[in-house]
Design a protein around this ligand. Structure first.
Ligand code: I6G
Length: 690
């Protein structure tokens, strides 16, 4: 058979394409700084694929085209690690960490302060990547530490992992170099994956770690390629010659003598390194690092479960060696567990402001994520079915940051004989009225509106909440007492309360009663937007209320608006319009609105066309924590002045408002030369026009 050698110019062309695409991949996936539009990248990739298809001899192992996944495998083969893949021992407190340091100092017979290389402990999967002559030839899981699974095809699809190292063989990297690190799934990709899985009726993953593991365990690497996994290097395995089993000494392979410096070397070869890695040289710095990373945990784009602390000096690492399966020179200083096992003792039903009946699991109290948890919301019937939950089940409970505790999964292996079905009520558990489920909705609702005592309480709490009328001194407990004592039934009744009424309530003296009356007087002067928001109409949040106020300018115009007219308002679609018309159809709502209208006042809204508003045509992006007003308040204030508020920074953004702990949006805005405002500057800007 005649085989045609690819021409020299074609070989050169392919080489050029490799270089260009690898560079763009690195800029995009590792540095987070794309330099060309996606279309240009796609064009180069298409060109390469076409050449390779016509000339299979040019399709090499390190071709960037290999990142899309190959033929499905029948099974994973086994890989014996040339240098064992160890795991890490854990500590859970400062005392345990100090005991670890003391053990090291005793062993080294030195009480010198150790320099520590510190980084977050990613909740992913440890893998070993073997580069021979700079080309990725094998990737393996840790397995039992000696033998792992060959997942090369899947690892090739991870965008941030280079198929070829940057630099020169012999000068920048040796013949064989194993890079060890953690494969993980960023939180956003995990959430997106689960949204898609739920839409398709498939089982969702319990957490990003399981999703990463599930994605790496695919025999079909084309599936892995779609999963958006990422990687951070944390160290080295075997480093040496191709045909020798002996590790090369540091001096022979130009590796630095500091762990941190070595990570920087690995980074220079094109592999991603966690941006949070730090060198610390005092015990206080270690404590501060731990606390800092713990505080940052929710903001990080990936899941972590602690910090990893390593003796930085490689010669000390070598002297310390290993115990069993873990190095003596490294430890994981873990955060309090965010997931624990407990038992569901009962499921009760709560009725919310809009009548939604929410099942709540009463749990055997369990310490998780730093607090004792005894309840977890179950959302709705679909969620109970998804979990397959029965009363009496043992469940995995998760509490991450300040998020409400969630039941992640049922541990079926621990299910006993006496579990029972979760039975939804036929009538409202509070007022015994009819319950109904709207078409296409998963939520069961009490149909009694303000006739239901639970809905009354929640409507009053909403009316007095900070974002509505901010009635100081009227806490949830007091609202419940006042409703239970039949002193108030609607938000309007609040304004009938006397000092005597209030002071007879539990824990309310005459001073707090006086203060509450003052707050109520103050609350009578409001804005139309807050008035609308305070009514608690389903799905009418602050921003929609502001849009409604700016559109209709008067309460009566909004009340008179029909289904079609309502949909002319920004952000108001058919569902919200239906909720608004349904609200104003109810006699009892009309009575409350009319009484409130006679008690409360707000300034007139002067009609201005959109173009006349002071911030018309200006696009703002809000990022970070805004401590004075909150993001949604800032958003509606800006919108009411005609500004557009967008979720992402682009060349079209005029201003980025950066609150505390602003992250990548701030960096991007700075890169693009977008004007950045502090929260104080935003407040002054808003004050100028109000
Ligand atoms: O499993 C691991 C995760 C992270 C590690 C590790 C690490 O450093 C950031 N480091 C070592 C040395 C080992 N396992 C064995």
């Amino acid at each position: 058979m005649l085989t045609i050698e690819p021409s020299k110019t074609l070989v050169e062309k392919v080489k050029q394409l490799h270089q260009q695409i690898n560079q763009y991949n690195h800029q995009y996936y590792v540095l987070d700084q794309p330099s060309v539009p996606d279309a240009e990248y796609d064009r180069l990739m298409r060109e390469l694929l076409e050449i390779e298809q016509a000339n299979p001899a040019l399709k090499t192992l390190d071709s960037p085209s290999q990142k899309v996944g190959g033929q499905p495998l029948k099974a994973f083969s086994q890989v014996t690690h040339q240098v064992s893949m160890l795991s890490l021992d854990n500590v859970f407190s400062n005392d345990e960490w100090q005991a670890f340091v003391k053990r090291i100092q005793d062993r080294l017979a030195s009480d010198q302060t150790l320099v520590i290389c510190a980084e977050p402990k990613l909740d992913g999967l440890a893998v070993s990547l073997r580069y021979e002559q700079g080309v990725l030839v094998q990737a393996a899981t840790r397995g039992d530490g000696r033998t792992g699974e060959n997942i090369t095809e899947n690892i090739r699809t991870i965008k941030s992992i280079p198929l070829k190292l940057t630099g020169k063989r012999g000068t920048d990297y040796p013949d064989v170099m194993e890079v060890r690190g953690e494969v993980f799934m960023p939180k956003a990709s995990f959430e997106q994956l689960n949204v898609t899985a739920k839409k398709k009726g498939e089982k969702a993953f319990a957490n990003p770690r399981n999703a990463a593991a599930g994605s790496l365990r695919q025999l079909d690497s084309k599936i892995t390629a779609k999963r958006n996994l990422d990687f951070y290097a944390y160290g080295l395995g075997f480093v040496g010659d191709l045909h020798s089993k002996e590790m090369l000494e540091s001096e022979q392979v130009f590796l630095k003598s500091s762990h941190y410096q070595r990570l920087c070397q690995v980074k220079a070869l094109g592999l991603p390194m966690c941006p949070e890695v730090r060198l610390l040289d005092s015990p206080q710095q270690v404590q501060d690092f731990y606390q800092d990373i713990l505080n940052k945990r929710d903001e990080l784009s990936y899941e972590i479960d602690g910090t990893v602390l390593k003796v930085d000096d490689i010669s000390l690492q070598e002297r310390l060696g290993f115990v069993a399966r873990a190095p003596r020179w490294a430890i994981a200083y873990k955060f309090p567990a965010q997931e624990e096992l407990t038992q569901v003792e009962d499921v009760e039903f709560q009725v919310g402001r809009t009548g939604a009946i929410t099942p709540v699991a009463r749990l055997k109290p369990v310490f998780v994520g730093g607090v004792t948890v005894s309840n977890a919301t179950l959302h709705n019937q679909d969620e109970i079915e998804r979990l397959g939950l029965r009363v009496g089940d043992t469940v995995v409970i998760r509490r991450a940051g300040d998020v409400i505790p969630q039941i992640v999964s049922v541990v079926l292996e621990k299910r006993g004989d006496n579990t029972t079905d979760v039975l939804f009520p036929d009538t409202c558990p509070i007022c015994d009225s009819k319950v109904a489920k709207a078409e296409g909705e998963a939520v069961l609702r009490c149909t009694a509106g303000l006739f239901c005592q639970a809905q009354r309480k929640e409507a009053i709490k909403h009316f007095s909440s900070r974002k509505a009328h901010d009635i100081d001194g009227l806490g949830d407990k007091l609202v419940e007492q006042l409703v239970d004592e039949n002193l108030i039934n609607t938000p309007a009744d609040l304004f009938k309360l006397t000092e005597i009424d209030i002071s007879t309530m539990e824990r309310m003296g005459s001073k707090s009663a006086k203060n509450l009356i003052t707050s109520l007087e103050r609350a009578k002067h409001t804005t139309l937007a807050k008035f609308i928001y305070g009514l608690g109409i389903r799905e009418v949040g602050e921003a929609t209320a502001a849009n409604l106020a700016n559109h209709f300018c008067t309460l009566s115009a909004m009340q008179d608006a029909n289904f079609e007219t309502l949909q002319k308002v920004d952000d108001v679609g058919a569902i919200v319009a239906k909720n608004i018309t349904a609200f104003f159809k109810e006699e009892h709502n009309l009575a409350v609105v009319s009484t409130l209208d006679s008690i409360m006042t707000w300034p007139d809204i002067v009609i201005k066309s959109a173009g006349e508003l002071p911030l018309a045509e200006q696009t703002f992006v809000l990022t970070g924590t805004l401590s004075q007003m909150g993001r949604s308040e800032a958003k509606s204030a800006l919108q009411s002045l005609g500004a557009k508020v967008s979720g992402s920074v682009s060349a079209k953004t005029h201003f980025l408002v950066a609150g505390e702990k602003a992250g990548s949006k701030l960096t991007k805005a700075q890169d693009l030369g977008v004007s950045v405002l502090t929260e104080d500057e935003l407040v002054s800007l808003l004050a100028k026009y109000n």
